[in-house]
Design a binder for this molecule. Sequence first.
Ligand code: MLZ
Length: 292
Amino acid sequence: AKDAFSWEEYLKETSSLPAPPGCFRQARVPPSNDFKVGMKLEAHDPRNSTSVCIATVMGLTGVRLRLRLDGSDNSNDFWRLVDSADIQPIGSCEKNGDMLQPPLGEGGRQSDPRAAGQWERTPHLFVPPPAGFRMNASSWPMFLLRTLNGAEMAPAAAFKKEPPKPPQNLFRFGMKLEAVDKKNPYLICPATVGEVKGDEVFVMFDGWRGAFDYWCRYESRDVFPVGWCSLTRHSLQLPGNSASLPKAVPVLPASPSKPSRRSMQSPYRLPNPLPALPVRKGVRGRRPKSET
Ligand code: MLZ
């Protein structure tokens, strides 16, 4: 499309620089996505990361998977990279022998320990139900049998090794990146480093007045170098048009020991949240219509 987002033009327009690839815990050459919709795997429950559940691939987007825990509804889908350490082939838990734990019921309460006892007698079913599992805990083993019976299991080769952490936080104020919008985690959007503090990075979404911004660790799997989406054929959102960023955002030299002072040195230090600025007409495309 002729109005597709161009990083090249956008970087010029905003006089900014992309964060170098070495800042990110992402593969230099993105892995292939060898999963298929409907495949089953084991995934750490995002609401209770020590428990591992059966999940189904509901969709593929670039090298990310849209996952749903078996036994839970469509309101808690989550997204993981194919090289995420949070996912593994069916059977990994049992192999590691670390699976026996009582199920979490509604609201994260532990359910009747007698139910857990039942599972101990079915060693091939050493998998706790997902946090949202609504049936009686004792029906879980049968549910699992049914859910796995005849299911296509994701092959081990589809799971890629998680890339190593960069040795330190190399992000600097003003650098551009692509980042998952945690409130709308299917979206990846253009963003700017708004602040750096120790191992943490403040991700600011361009053109959204701070409503979606967040702090994350520098080795977060939710941030990507400029060009990642186009490389992996994931859609990239347009910047919002609620506020424009300053024309020149200097990228300052490293001084990890004094993060706050470094950011204050910037003559273009952005207040947080960004003030409402007049919308520039027709500069960077439309804002998506609904506030969902
Ligand atoms: N439905 C929302 C999406 C906003 C996405 C912002 N990402 C930084 C809206 O249009 O308001």
